[in-house]
Ligand binder design. Structure first.
Ligand code: HAM
Length: 410
């Protein structure tokens, strides 16, 4: 038997239902916020992720599904959705048009991580990317949208926010931080030591406790913002306050991808164990430029669908549609025509096997049909069908051609 690869899984029955339920809720809300659906390839040039997610990130450094294709191209299964959408934005020359463009997407992402609860190698995201808006209002509106999505799905969360500054204030902060870290190098883990040289601010979200305790006295991002970043962050906080959206400030929240600046945020659940981030995102005002486009401010986020699936409760399924069955072969054949007609409008289950009424009633229950249509010996002889509404328990016998021509039923 061939099983799925380690860290990959099939979504089936309740899980695939939850997947669809989440995507449906998120897509509808994103539509109300002006997001258009975009679909980009799963396979992209490896260079795309190196230049966007960044060579210093774990994702690019350790976790890429990267290989040479038959044409010897260096390609990679997307580890996240933002890079592809930004590439599509530049490929479509939208960076040269004025205006705001908002895109949403969903689908599988691939990271060669160590699998554990909530951490898969093939997982799904729903994401949104907004281009052309530098106003912090857009960051706020995006967080409101995520709040709406979690409310619609009945999911609790904690919102954490931070500001990662910009190209004007970050270089000086980075120098201060590196000077501080140089004094603590021997106490820090191997990953932190590597990051001091590649991307020092990434040390701040190291998960090793000893490292974290060393950072208590480190220079803080939020104390080192330039006036513009500082006032944008203050504005963001007051917008969230006014909208009664609770948040925590986490000055060590730096995100695992290198393209962010200014606002960074994560939505955390306390109910799913250590892999607790259910959504993450932020501003990436320089990424379009890094991918050869005209400088364009941008902000986005992605939800982790599998982690949300662990929190979502599916609504009670409502009985719907028709179950059709007969006691004999000729009856089944008669029901074929009726079933095709009904299927134009309703969910229909037609049982091909001739069985007793009792057995059909059981099957109708199992598939959650609202009504059963049955042809027994009498019905067959009289060219009629017996219909029972399994909710109201109303039942009637009518001519089959009358039923087939009834406008209100079909
Ligand atoms: P990310 O934080 O790497 O951001 O991923 C977003 C969400 O995907 C996480 O919060 C988590 O719920 C889920 N996720 C990540 N890795 C895994 C995994 N191995 N298994 C299961 N779920 C996972 C991004 O990917 C950015 N592209 C978000 C973004 C969009 N920023 C701006 N625009």
């Amino acid at each position: 038997m061939i099983n799925p690869l380690r860290g990959m899984k099939d979504l089936i029955f309740d899980e695939s239902r939850k997947y669809q339920h989440i995507i449906y809720a998120a897509s509808n809300i994103a539509k109300n916020y002006g997001y258009e659906y975009i679909e980009t390839p799963i396979l992209e040039e490896t260079a795309l992720f190196k230049r966007s997610v960044g060579e210093s990130s774990d994702i690019v450094g350790k976790e890429m599904y990267q290989f040479r294709d038959k044409g010897d191209n260096d390609v990679c299964m997307r580890p996240e959705g933002t890079a592809g959408v930004v590439r599509a934005f530049v490929s479509s020359k939208l960076d040269r048009q004025d205006g705001t463009y908002r895109f949403c997407y969903y689908g599988p992402m691939f990271r060669y991580e160590r699998p554990q609860k909530g951490r898969l190698r093939s997982f799904h995201q729903f994401g949104c990317e907004s281009f052309g808006e530098s106003s912090v209002y857009e960051d706020f509106v995006m967080m409101s949208m995520i709040k709406d999505i979690f409310n619609a799905l009945n999911i609790g969360y904690t919102l954490k926010i931070n500001s990662l500054g910009c190209k004007d204030c970050m270089p000086a902060y980075r120098e201060k931080l590196v000077a501080f870290l140089d004094g603590t190098k021997n106490e820090l883990c191997i990953d932190c030591n590597r990051r001091i040289d590649t991307n020092p601010i990434r040390v701040l979200d190291c998960k090793v406790e000893k490292c974290q305790s060393m950072f208590n006295d480190s220079p803080k991002l939020l104390d080192n913002l330039c006036d513009v970043c500082d006032s944008d962050f203050e504005k963001l906080k007051s917008l969230l306050d006014n909208a009664n959206i609770d948040y925590e400030i986490d000055t060590n929240l730096v995100r695992g991808l290198d393209y962010y600046n200014k606002t960074a945020f994560e939505f955390i659940s306390s109910e799913i164990g250590s892999q607790s981030a259910i959504a993450g995102g932020g501003r990436y005002d320089r990424l379009v430029e890094f991918l050869d486009g005209k400088p364009t401010p941008a902000v986005g986020f992605a939800l982790g669908i599998e982690r949300i699936m662990d929190l979502v409760i599916l609504p009670e399924p409502k009985r719907e549609g028709y179950y059709l069955g007969s006691m004999n072969e000729d009856g089944v054949e008669k029901l074929l025509d009726t079933s095709l007609k009904l299927r134009k409008k309703y969910k229909v289950t037609l049982e091909y096997k001739a069985k007793s009424l009792k057995s059909h009633l059981k099957s109708a229950d199992k598939v959650g049909a609202k009504s059963i249509i049955f042809i027994g010996n009498d019905e067959l002889a009289n060219n009629t069908i017996w219909i029972k509404d399994l909710e109201t328990k109303e039942e009637k016998t009518i001519k089959i051609e009358d039923f087939n021509s009834l406008k209100e039923t079909v």
